[in-house]
Design a protein around this ligand. Structure first.
Ligand code: SF4
Length: 104
């Protein structure tokens, strides 16, 4: 998954669907249409406009649209961290957030 040209998360499709580690991946999964119109689900909705790639936000480039952003997200560029599965994500909060299902 790329955002403003930066890798946010990478892994197998199965791993990204079942165990996303980055809020951007969670938002993309939530935006996918559900084939059954009777099914309702909670979802993360991205707010705001896509920042200019010429003048990206400091720290995590996704922070201006991330519902989980904290002050520290503006200060450091999150490293692309590798998890047990071999799946990788760049989010300083990936260990504390459970993104396996949408949060209210
Ligand atoms: S580092 Fe912060 S702003 Fe970036 S995805 Fe993680 S929580 Fe959101």
């Amino acid at each position: 998954m790329l955002y403003l040209g930066r890798v946010m998360e990478m892994g197998t499709a199965a791993e990204l669907y079942s165990n996303p580690r980055h809020p951007y991946t969670r938002a993309l999964l939530d935006a996918a249409p559900v084939p059954d119109p009777t099914v309702r689900r909670e979802r993360i909705t991205l707010k705001g406009d896509l920042p200019s790639p010429i003048n990206p936000p400091s720290g995590c480039v996704f922070r201006t649209r991330c519902p989980y952003a904290i002050d520290a997200c503006a200060e450091v560029v999150p490293p692309l961290e590798t998890f047990e599965s071999g799946h990788r994500a760049a989010c300083i909060r990936s260990h504390e957030l459970d993104l396996r299902k949408p949060l209210a």
